[in-house]
Design a protein around this ligand. Structure first.
Ligand SMILES: *Cc1c(COP(=O)(O)O)cnc(C)c1O
Length: 356
């Protein structure tokens, strides 16, 4: 079975982790500080603060902006449920926004329409590795948390993804392009925001009692992240190569391929196809499963569905039609061939059965 995603670990990664373990110093230390510096520089920000996950990074970002009960946080409905949980942890309410059905990014018009005086921040993810239109980051007079969990190392023209928001967050979960097992980072140019998050992520040795928690990253995770970071350019290059191959193999099929936009090169965290309205995503996924390929819905369930609300037409349409197929550096040529031929053999409407 070809898994849907798989981390690109090698012997140097294993050595990096083993070295930390052998040193006997495994908790937050030099490795964490190095990773903070490296990611901040990759994101084009002055400071970075490492935490236990991407979800924690969003939660602490919101707290650093003094978000709490009575506030609203704007975010797209078609995204990872981590965002909803992070907002919920602060006591604020989510203000869900529809997406652009082609790029999957938050819909600016819908955002403009829904935003109100109680909207304290906007969370803008770069969906599936494609950098979001940077105009949106300048348009609103509200702090923006740029969610780079799926777009580490991507660029918008010459600007680094991570440099566009007031705060930017990253995730190093095992399925992400840069994997450290678990972990996250918040980057910002604001010393006030960063020192607040540094304070909130640990409870020990404090003079006063205010609500804090244990949100620290370990040096074991950071060493793995640092080791992976050395190969990030290669990871992205290989993902783009595989995506290019898929693009050419699938160009004659009746599917909407991932968007290609000048100066906004995707790093292909996911390769997403939108299938015709008269086909069924679940059926396609189960056919691929029978061929030994694990495909998935890119978003398990849109946030408005989790909250039992409606009125998100583009999110609904994209959710019903989208399939994510494996795209990661560890795929062998043989596996890529199995994936492309399985997709080509599907009985696409208008092409007749079993097209070869
Ligand atoms: C994975 C992800 C997160 C959450 O990161 P974790 O490290 O899993 O907590 C947040 N936002 C987006 C867009 C993600 O893809």
């Amino acid at each position: 079975m070809i898994p849907h995603s798989k981390p690109a670990f090698d012997e140097t990664d294993a050595q990096a982790v083993a070295n930390v373990v052998r040193s006997g110093f495994v908790v937050e230390g030099d490795k964490v500080r190095n990773l903070e510096g490296e990611i901040a520089s990759l994101a084009g920000k002055k400071y970075g603060v490492a935490v236990s996950s991407g979800t924690a990074a969003i939660h602490l970002s919101l707290l650093s902006l003094n978000v709490g009960p009575g506030d609203f946080i704007a975010l797209p409905s078609y995204t990872c449920s981590a965002l909803l949980h992070a907002v919920g942890m602060t006591g604020a309410k989510p203000l869900l926004v529809d997406i652009d059905p082609f790029t999957f990014q938050i819909d600016k018009t819908d955002l403009e329409k829904k935003i109100n005086k109680k909207t304290k921040a906007i969370i803008i993810p770069h969906p599936f590795g494609l950098p979001v239109d940077k105009e949106i980051f300048r348009y609103f007079d509200i702090p923006i948390i740029e969610d780079c969990a799926q777009a580490v190392g991507a660029r918008y023209e010459k600007k680094q993804v991570g440099s566009l928001g007031d705060l930017s967050v990253f995730s190093f979960y095992a399925t992400k392009v840069l994997a450290a097992g678990e972990g996250g980072i918040v980057c910002s140019d604001s010393e006030t925001i960063i020192s607040k998050i540094r304070d909130l992520r640990e409870y020990d040795n404090k003079e006063d009692y205010t609500q804090r928690f244990n949100y620290k990253m370990t040096d074991i995770h950071a060493a793995l992240g640092l080791s992976q970071l050395k190969r990030l350019d290669g990871f992205i290059e290989r993902r783009r190569e595989i995506a290019g191959l898929y693009d050419s193999c699938f160009s004659s099929l009746p599917i909407l391929l991932p968007p290609k936009i000048p100066h906004r090169n995707s790093i292909y965290f996911r390769y997403i196809m939108q299938i015709p309205d008269n086909m069924n995503v679940e059926e396609l996924i189960s056919t691929m499963q029978k061929n030994g390929v694990c495909c998935m819905k890119p978003v398990f369930k849109p946030l408005h569905r989790l909250l039992n609300s409606d009125g998100f037409p583009s999110t609904e349409k994209v959710w019903m039609r989208s399939v994510s197929i494996p795209v990661y550096p560890g795929l062998s040529e043989e596996e890529i061939e199995i994936i492309t031929s399985s997709i080509q053999r599907i009985s696409w409407p208008g092409l007749g059965l079993g097209q070869k």
